[in-house]
Write a protein that binds this ligand. Structure first.
Ligand code: ADP
Length: 329
């Protein structure tokens, strides 16, 4: 049995990046409830300026979309982070394990802190400590594997470092987890700016495909994707041609091909974009259909989340209690 844990932040509508980079791996895991835990990490949505009612609404919407994407509550545990106190209880012990220097080095912190400062908002302390809370999310469950997109690699590395450091200092307490990434599309790029990842909270939404976008909207966004000029038709080169490489990666992820091989089949971008648009529309069709059914029955989603929180708490409690005892409390 491999225990897996992963999460999604309710800071916006779920994107194609979230789906291909993370959620699809979760659905494929198809395990037992105690082996696979998936979490709407709402506390992480408070690290930057936020609207209370929006966070609450987006949390429920994220849970609904995860179910619509194919997570089966009989084969995994789906819950909301703030419903399980063990996460924040453990985070404090890990704050006593991490250093200020290692948190300030985190790439996402540096980018988001710069943005918060530029917009005149102060940098919330929680933005700095966010990776420690994420480490607690993971370590509280004895997690072995964390299926995530590339952008989370550094945070999972930090989680490993904290687990090892805690174990060495206070005796073996935590399982040391490792990140797993999909073979292709582990970092889906913004269609309008293929040097930046497709992120659900970006302000310019023209280059972001959301899971609930109507087919015409998906087509328009894909057909307007920025591609690269250059000799030699369509080639897969993430450094020199990030726009076309991104489209090829998305197509490969949707159809199961190899992006480099797929590139040989295209003379120009028009045909490639049409195929990408078709593939993404087909990929998202069942998700949109199931979402419509689930959204009509919000009580069912609430029930799944309540059950999930109960199961999660029962799994996390003994691990966190052990950590409290080990550290001397
Ligand atoms: P976001 O950056 O969209 O707010 P989250 O932090 O909620 O995403 O991440 C949820 C999961 O989706 C994580 O595993 C993350 O690595 C993955 N993910 C987010 N954006 C992308 C992307 N553009 N490509 C691939 N995976 C992504």
């Amino acid at each position: 049995m491999t225990r897996i844990f992963s999460g999604v932040k309710p800071t916006g509508h779920l994107t194609l990046g979230n789906y291909l980079g993370a959620v699809r791996q979760w659905v494929a895991a198809d395990q037992e409830p105690d082996e696979a835990l998936f979490c709407v990490v709402d506390l992480h949505a408070l690290t930057v300026e936020h609207e209370p009612a929006r966070v609450r609404r987006l949390s429920r919407q994220a849970a609904t979309l995860l179910l619509a994407s194919g997570l089966d509550p009989r084969r995994c545990t789906l819950f909301v982070q703030s419903h399980v106190d063990e996460h924040t209880r453990l985070a404090y012990l890990l704050e006593c394990t991490a250093t200020d220097g290692e948190l300030r080095r985190m790439i996402q912190y540096r980018e988001k802190a710069a943005r918060a400062q530029a917009s005149g908002d102060g940098v919330r302390l929680s933005l700095l400590t966010y990776p420690v809370l994420m480490a607690a999310d993971i370590l509280a469950y004895g997690t072995q594997e964390v299926p995530v997109g590339e952008d989370q690699r550094q945070h999972v590395e930090l989680t490993r470092d904290l687990a090892v450091r805690f174990n060495q200092r206070y005796g073996h307490t935590f399982t040391v987890p490792k990140a797993t990434h999909p073979a292709v599309a582990a970092r889906v790029m913004d269609l309008q700016d293929p040097t930046a990842k497709m992120g659900k909270s970006h302000e310019n939404t023209a280059g972001i495909v959301y899971l609930l976008d109507e087919p015409e909207v998906v087509r328009r966004k894909v057909m307007r994707a920025v591609t690269d000029s250059g000799e030699g038709g369509v080639v897969h080169d993430r450094e020199a041609r990030p726009g076309s490489a991104n489209l090829l990666d998305v197509l490969a992820a949707c159809t199961g091909g190899d992006p480099k091989v797929l590139a040989d089949g295209y003379q120009g971008y028009g045909a490639l974009k049409r195929d990408v648009a078709d593939a993404v529309v087909e990929l998202l069709r069942p998700v949109r259909e199931r979402h419509a059914e689930l959204a009509a029955d919000p009580g069912e989603v609430e029930r799944v989340l309540r059950d999930g929180a109960g199961r999660a708490r029962a799994l996390a409690r003994p691990v966190v209690d052990r950590a409290y005892a080990a550290i001397g409390l």
